[in-house]
Design a protein around this ligand. Structure first.
Ligand code: ZN
Length: 309
C-alpha cells in the first residue's frame, strides 16, 4: 500500500515573528525534501475540515472559544509566553488538527497503510484548556479521542519521542485507561514534568526521562522499555508525536541523537505495530528546530513508514 503525507499550505501563513524557533520554514523544508524524493509509495493528502465537536471532545468548550477569538486581524498576539499567533495562525491551527483526522480516516478507509502529518503549530504541550510551548490545539490527543469515539477502538497508544515531555497529552489522558501514553524526553527540562513517578490513574502513562547528553546507543537501549510497554498493552492503533528536537544539532535541547536514529526508532515502533495494530500508525510532527536535521530526520522517519506500508 502507500504512506499518506498530510499537509497544507496554511502553515506558510502561521507567522510566529522574527527569530522564533517554531518558524514557517520547518514544514516547507520537510515537504521540499519529500517532494524531491518523489517516492511512488507516497500519497499526498490535504487535512479534513475539522468540526468544533471533534475538537471539543479533547478541549474545554470555553478554551476552544477563547482560541477561536484570539487570532489578531493584523500583527501579533500570544496565547502564552512563547505561543505567538498572527492572522494566518487560525487556518494553520485548524488544519494541523484536521490533518490527524484526515490521516486516521485514510488509514481506516485503506487509502494508505500509515501516514505522517507535516504540520505546525505542534500540539503536545497543550492541555484541555491551556496553550503552551508553541502548541494551540493538541493534535495527537484529538486524533486519539477521534479513534475512540468514531472508530470505537478500545486501546490507543501514543508514542512521543519529542525531546520535551508531552505534558499536555499526559494531562488529557492521565485517567483514561483506553490510552497508553509513552514519552521519552530530556529530563529535568522544559516543561518540568515527565518523571517516571507520573504513571497515570491506570498505569497508562509511561515516562522515560533521559539526562542531557544521552547518545544514540543509550537512547535506543532506553527505548526498549517503551517497546516492551507497548507490546504488553497491545494497542489497536498507534499514534506518534514525532518531534525531531532530540537530534544532536538541535538548538533547543541537549540529547545527542543522529539522523538515522529516527529511522531506527520508527522501524522498531512499526515492527511492534505489525503484531498488534496491523501496522495502523499515524504520526504527526511536533518539534525539531534545526532545519537541516529536521528535514533529514523527518525523511528517515518517513522511510521507515514506507518500508512497512
Ligand atoms: Zn520539543
Amino acid at each position: 500500500m502507500k504512506t499518506g503525507i498530510i499537509t497544507s499550505n496554511a502553515y506558510q501563513y502561521h507567522d510566529t515573528g522574527p527569530g522564533h524557533p517554531e518558524q514557517i520554514a520547518r514544514v516547507s523544508v520537510i515537504i521540499d525534501k519529500l517532494k524531491q524524493y518523489s517516492n511512488k509509495n507516497i500519497l499526498w493528502k490535504k487535512p479534513s475540515i475539522i468540526s468544533e465537536g471533534i475538537i471539543k471532545d479533547t478541549h474545554d468548550a470555553s478554551y476552544v472559544n477563547l482560541v477561536k477569538n484570539s487570532f489578531p486581524a493584523k500583527g501579533f498576539s500570544s496565547l502564552d509566553g512563547d505561543t505567538i499567533i498572527s492572522p494566518g495562525s487560525k487556518r494553520a491551527t485548524f488544519d494541523a488538527a484536521g490533518s490527524i483526522i484526515s490521516a486516521i480516516d485514510g488509514v481506516q478507509n485503506r487509502e494508505f497503510k500509515n501516514a505522517f502529518c507535516s504540520v505546525r503549530p505542534p500540539g503536545h504541550h497543550c492541555s484541555q484548556n491551556k496553550a503552551a510551548g508553541f502548541c494551540i490545539l493538541n493534535n495527537v490527543a484529538i486524533g486519539a479521542k477521534y479513534l475512540l469515539n468514531k472508530y470505537k477502538y478500545k486501546k490507543i497508544a501514543i508514542v512521543d519521542f519529542d525531546v520535551h515531555h508531552g505534558n499536555g497529552t499526559q494531562d488529557i489522558f492521565y485517567d483514561n485507561k483506553n490510552v497508553l501514553f509513552i514519552s521519552t524526553h530530556q529530563y529535568p527540562y522544559y516543561p518540568g514534568t515527565g518523571s517516571d513517578k507520573e504513571k497515570g490513574k491506570f498505569n497508562n502513562i509511561c515516562n522515560i526521562p533521559l539526562p542531557a547528553g544521552t547518545n544514540s546507543e543509550e537512547y535506543l537501549n532506553a527505548f526498549e522499555f517503551a517497546l516492551n510497554k507497548l507490546k504488553k498493552f497491545q494497542p489497536e492503533f498507534i499514534l506518534i508525536s514525532a518531534g525531531f528536537d532530540g537530534h544532536k544539532a538541535d538548538p533547543l535541547a541537549q540529547l545527542k541523537l543522529d539522523t538515522n536514529d529516527y529511522y531506527e526508532i520508527t522501524r522498531r515502533i512499526m515492527e511492534t505495530s505489525k503484531n498488534f495494530s496491523n501496522g495502523k500508525v499515524v504520526s504527526i510532527l511536533e518539534g525539531g528546530y534545526d532545519l537541516q536535521a529536521l528535514q533529514d530526520s523527518a525523511k528517515r522517519h518517513v522511510d521507515a513508514l514506507i518500508e512497512f506500508n
